[in-house]
Design a protein around this ligand. Structure first.
Ligand code: FE2
Length: 258
């Protein structure tokens, strides 16, 4: 079976790195390495051999460990075609539909998911029957979506969330690039007060809680564009909207300034 190990980095940006590995072969791929010495130590202890680095996108907090890991292990660095000149140590470019790792009937497939930047990939963990999980980088967070300040576009992000992420099964595990639970829950409370499900969830949430797409659809305002509570609140805040897209854009703008 393919195993996934989330590694929370106690950086100011609360980054996550993920190890995707096979217990049978010891092969491991690393998504968005942050702290190379910590990762090298961990992989040594676990008896894993690093085959490749999968970068969701080109921002430095997602590629921080690339060169040190490559130097130490001779692994290959993978990323978006458009990030050829911006991802340190990039060896191999990836496009929509590529399979970057497969073992024991499971695979990691590439989705091209622009919005946060235009060179942003998501990595989809599949078995023959279903999608088991998604490594979303800075596209989708717990109870939120990525910002578009540094090379992105909120309209494009809306399309990616609507056309790709919204199609994932409820059981699909979410592996985001950062742990922004707390801030995003607080923002959600700001734009949709009195959301009973969220309020109940918040009381029982454990640190670094592992979410699913089904849960996100119930919690995240960016999936709840039809909610009467959100529409009422936007009107109260003086934000005009006509359709789902404009509600998404208003929410993204409010989150930027929040
Ligand atoms: Fe980013």
């Amino acid at each position: 079976m393919m195993e996934v190990l989330p590694i929370f980095t106690n950086s100011p940006l609360r980054n996550y790195t993920y190890l995707i590995y096979s217990n049978r072969t010891g092969e491991v791929y690393c998504v968005d390495p942050y702290n190379a010495p910590l990762l090298l130590d961990l992989m040594k202890k676990m008896g894993l051999k690093l085959k490749g680095i999968l970068n969701t996108h080109e921002h430095g907090d997602h590629t921080e460990g690339n060169l040190e890991l490559k130097e130490a292990t001779n692994c290959l660095v993978y990323g978006h075609t458009k990030a050829k000149n911006t991802i340190p140590g990039l060896d191999t470019t990836l496009k929509e539909g590529d399979i970057c790792f497969s073992t024991e009937g499971e695979s990691i497939e590439v989705w091209d998911t622009p919005g946060h930047t235009f060179s942003h990939l998501s990595f989809v963990h599949k078995n023959p029957n279903t999608i088991l999980g998604i490594f979303s980088g800075d596209t989708l967070f717990n109870v939120g979506v990525g910002n578009c300040f540094r090379g992105g576009d909120p309209n494009t992000l809306y399309e990616t969330i609507k056309n790709r992420y919204a199609t994932l099964p409820d059981s699909c595990l979410l592996y985001p690039g950062h742990d922004y639970w707390e801030n995003n829950l607080a923002f959600s409370n700001h734009v949709e007060p009195n959301h009973d499900f969220r309020d109940r969830f918040q009381k029982t949430r454990t640190e670094h809680f592992q979410s699913t797409l089904g849960l996100e659809r119930q919690l995240s305002p960016f999936f709840r564009l039809g909610s009467g509570g959100i529409k009422e609140r936007l009107t109260e805040l003086g934000e005009s909207f006509t359709d789902d897209r404009s509600i998404f854009l208003r929410l993204r703008k409010l989150r930027d300034r929040w």
